[in-house]
Design a protein around this ligand. Sequence first.
Ligand code: F3S
Length: 107
Amino acid sequence: MAHIVTEGCINCKYTCCVSVCPTDCFREGPNFLAIDQSECVDCSMCARECPAGAVHPESAAPIGSCHFARINMELAMLWPAVRARRDRLRCADRWRSVRRKLHLLRI
Ligand code: F3S
């Protein structure tokens, strides 16, 4: 099992998760990060760092978030690796508490 990034990341992209990942398994899109599950070692350090509470073990994903396992897998194949922390997105603090924003995910 690996960890997955879920809806809370959309339009936030704090990238605190990236700075603690020991395997560089994060992939970066325009307004979301995905985890390459083949590289994740399930250490949970990213989950503890995310201010949006967006990262979870796949086996303990919040109710209604199971489809993010597939989303992570598909997007990780498309997007480049991100290895360093970046500035969060504009208005990240406002978007952090917004729910039901999957339709805003940009590829
Ligand atoms: Fe996203 Fe949280 Fe990382 S908002 S970029 S999963 S720190």
